[in-house]
Design a protein around this ligand. Sequence first.
Ligand code: ACO
Ligand code: KIV
Length: 556
Amino acid sequence: MKIDAATKYRPFQPINLPDRTWPNATITKPPMWCSVDLRDGNQALIEPMGPDRKLRMFKALVAMGFKEIEIGFPAASQTDFDFCRQLIDENLIPADVTIQVLTQARRPLIERTFEAIKGSRRAIVHLYNSTSTLQRRVVFGLEKDGIKAIATEGTQIVKELVASVPETEVVFQYSPESFTGTEIDYAVEVCDAVLDVWQPTETHKAIINLPATVEMSTPNIYADQIEYYCRHTRWRKETIVSLHPHNDRGTGVAAAELGVMAGADRVEGTLFGNGERTGNVDVVTLALNLFTQGVNPGLDLSDINELVRVAEYCNQLPVHPRHPYAGDLVFTAFSGSHQDAIKKGLDALKRSNSKEWEVPYLPIDPSDVGRSYEGIIRVNSQSGKGGIAYLLETDYGVTLPRRLQIEFSQVVQRVTDATGKELTAGNIWEVFDSEYLKAIDPVEFLSHTTVPDAHASEVRHLTAKIRHKGADATIQGSGNGPIDAYCSALAALHGIEIDLLSYSEQATGRGQNTQAVAYIELKTKDGSLWGVGADRNIVTAALKAVTSAVNRLLTA
Ligand SMILES: CC(=O)SCCNC(=O)CCNC(=O)[C@H](O)C(C)(C)COP(=O)(O)OP(=O)(O)OC[C@H]1O[C@@H](n2cnc3c(N)ncnc32)[C@H](O)[C@@H]1OP(=O)(O)O
Ligand SMILES: CC(C)C(=O)C(=O)O
């Protein structure tokens, strides 16, 4: 880059916390979750949600288990105000769910906010003002005391107005907006001044929300800021410490996780990380990260496709195909070694009967989020035998012997190299069918009869009706069984030697639809070659497999 970064940007200064404890912490329980989809997510949309989309999102959030939902900024827009009234007036808020509303620290806006929540059972009134060095200078033109006064005066107004909503339990939340850009001691000072006004108790706690309004540093520094705050506030026992990470550096999830390790009790975020600029922290990823560590997240994510549909409909923004846990492609492996390892892992899990999930390349069981294994393996030119075999086995019930898997993967590879396209399970079956089952040129097997030798009962004489180069013909041969006898008949017909290396069979389908699939491996001068036959009759399947192998040998 031509621009000198060192002149244009300053490195974020670390927090002086040499005895930090959070790196040794582990998360053993979920934080309290608060969805801000209907506020921070909504304010960042090209086209903000109307009442229908808002209601659909609210219902989905309730259904998945959110107990705290920031439903809007009622003083900022009539839509948000009306939506808040609709939820209260139409009694749409379940008894165990608390709505949250955001307001700036300005009297008219706070008053309007209280009008919006009137009649609700319980509401979190969320007051904010920016405390960062930059915003103090360029937005507010105020010194530290002036900014602190905005916060404390706003808190005083909220406190006064509580009496105007006697039927509502008001929970107070304060955010020093742009907390991460605020000197940490000053952030503690402002929050403590606010709490001195509010006077929370251990039974009626206030929420202090510490936003990374803009993510400005590595997530460890955010964790230091959170631990520092928790250790220095005078009101730790009387407050719930909440996080509100944004994702400007792409590390919002990491910041939230480290922030929880650093002592935070609560996390605000959105489904799939919608929100201002690069988004809010993604609560779905956070919750499922916990889940994969053996911690039940307290949110129901068992139908992730439905949540994607809701988010895409309400936000009118797509969820990326590679989005953690939710994207269309995240349970799909294209590359051969991954497909092979996944197949082996799934097989091993089935054999072991273990309840513990252990499959290479799949950190989570797709069925836990309502996804299926079907899409796991897809085949393109990067794929190998494992994926191909997996698809034939799961979709068509045929379990190819290992050496046939290797041979067939080369056949598939030729097709994918020629077309450059991905092959579906159906396409792979067509290739398999035409390469092996329909290998009927020059010989097509029609029927056979066998009789035992009059003198040696272990010897069978076989007569087979075939179509040879388009004309009906009868061939005869003898051997220690029908396969051996048919091999000698075909060998004589073509003047070749047939050396049978291996033979196996399997049953596919059930009941009336059961049929046998036979696999024959012949020795060739370069190695070996396979034939496959399928028929309701086991012997016929085997003879068709021999025919398939011989035809492939003759046309190779
Ligand atoms: C980080 C976040 O996401 S915070 C949430 C952001 N969301 C929104 O802003 C939602 C949409 N907002 C709006 O529609 C409008 O801002 C409204 C309706 C809330 C207010 O509109 P306006 O009255 O025109 O004021 P505006 O938002 O432009 O703010 C400007 C004034 O408020 C002051 N102000 C801004 N934020 C705050 C705050 N949190 N507390 C107190 N004063 C504030 C500014 O310093 C400025 O003061 P000035 O006029 O003396 O220079
Ligand atoms: C109002 C606050 C919490 C906010 O949205 C932010 O800082 O991002």
